[in-house]
Design a protein around this ligand. Structure first.
Ligand SMILES: *Cc1c(COP(=O)(O)O)cnc(C)c1O
Length: 389
């Protein structure tokens, strides 16, 4: 079988292994050296050049999964986001952002870009026309994130790819929520794919990392800035990430299977208000999800029925953890109003459709029945509390 048409699970387990030629061990050795010989070598290796053996090889796995020519690994998702954006933008440029991007990315833009004289516009909505309306003569780049956080709205990836091509713009996507197992944006014409590898790539809530996958030519541009900024990941953590990524495809597929079953069951529960999941036929982007995603992902959100207290609900959970972050093998829930969207006023949140009781659910690998039992017992606890009030 050619290396280029390996199946996803084979890429996850094998692509980008560092061969242990010294001892023939079955897994990649970890090269912790921060000093490599410089004479008579093809590549001058150094951790901050992002080219130690472990970094170099794991990048091949990520590139293969994203159908990209090349990739780079960073110490966090935000290191990948900031380095990529700043590598392509200069003073006087303009960038169009989807309006509900990850909070950390929004903070980067709103807190830092003014100082660099980089202009930006957040779109009104998520339709391709909303993006087109924001393009200015100095626009360089369009940045999307689909499915979005926390309401799991979708952007038409192919339409954005085409819009960018027609206007000579670079297209960038944050593909963290979907992973390449569910959607491969480069196949739809997107130029650059970014990941917070802290999420599904790591998958066990114990790694902070990021990644970028794109054409070799763009990786060179990103690398030119990355070597100045730093932001490389330690080789031990690269090795941990490789270990995690061996199970990426099976984890994501099992988690999204759970999520679909749970979304359907929550949708029928009278103590639950609206359920936001692109795999429900009632979701406004269901058709688009079928077109651009293989499955519907393992993230969903829901409102409790009126009168039920979301904080009390989270405190009543016994199995599911009310925890920051997402995408671990363990199920976690979060209140966006208290975390990612805490800085907005309740009115601004409401304008974005985020009720103060909205709960975002990162569905893990546990048995669906156990997760539903936990949700139902917590619902019955808050229902009793609301009767007492
Ligand atoms: C977490 C996250 C990031 C940032 O990643 P870090 O590893 O926390 O720096 C970026 N985008 C999305 C969608 C995320 O969920």
């Amino acid at each position: 079988m050619s290396k280029n048409n390996r199946g996803e699970n084979t890429i996850c387990t094998h692509t980008g292994e560092v061969k242990d030629t010294a001892f023939k061990g079955a897994v990649s050795p970890i090269y912790m050296a921060s000093s490599y010989e410089f004479m008579d070598v093809d590549i001058k290796r150094y951790p901050r050049y992002f080219n130690t053996p472990n970094q170099d090889y794991l990048a091949k796995k990520i590139a293969a999964l994203e159908h990209a020519e090349s990739a780079m690994i960073f110490s966090s998702g935000m290191a990948a986001v900031s380095t990529t954006l700043l590598a392509f933008l200069s003073a006087g440029d303009h960038i169009v952002f989807q309006n509900d991007i990850y909070g950390g990315t929004r903070n980067l833009v709103e807190e830092q870009f003014k100082r660099y004289n980089i202009a930006y516009t957040f779109t009104e909505g998520l339709h391709v026309d909303d993006f087109r309306n924001c393009i200015q003569p100095n626009t360089k780049l369009i940045y999307i994130e689909t499915p979005s956080n926390p309401l799991l709205k979708l952007v038409d990836i192919e339409a954005i790819g085409n819009l960018c091509k027609a206007n000579g713009l670079l297209s960038v996507i944050d593909n963290t929520f979907a992973t390449p197992i569910i959607q491969k944006p480069i196949d739809y014409g997107i130029d650059i794919v970014i990941h917070s590898a802290t999420k599904y790539f790591g998958g066990h809530s114990d790694i902070s990392a990021g990644a970028v996958a794109t054409k070799k030519e763009h990786i060179d541009t990103i690398w030119n800035l990355a070597k100045n900024l730093g932001g490389n990941l330690s080789d031990f953590m690269v090795w941990m990430l490789e270990r995690s990524m061996k199970t990426l495809a099976i984890r994501v597929k099992a988690q999204q299977k759970n999520a679909k079953k749970i979304a359907k069951r929550l949708n029928k529960n009278e103590a639950i208000g609206c359920v936001y999941y692109p795999g429900l036929k009632s979701h406004p982007d269901y058709k688009l999800a079928k077109k651009q995603m293989k499955g519907f992902g393992a993230m969903l959100s829901f409102d409790l029925a009126d009168g039920l207290d979301a904080e009390q609900f989270l405190k009543s959970l016994q199995l599911i953890k009310p925890s920051m972050s997402l995408a671990g093998v363990e199920s976690t829930m979060i209140l966006p109003a208290m975390t990612s969207h805490a800085l907005l006023t309740p009115e601004d949140r409401a304008a974005q459709g985020i009720k103060d009781g909205l709960i975002r659910f990162s569905v893990g690998l546990e048995e669906v029945d156990d997760l539903m039992d936990d949700i139902e017992q917590a619902l019955s606890t808050v229902s009793k509390l609301s009767l007492v009030k």
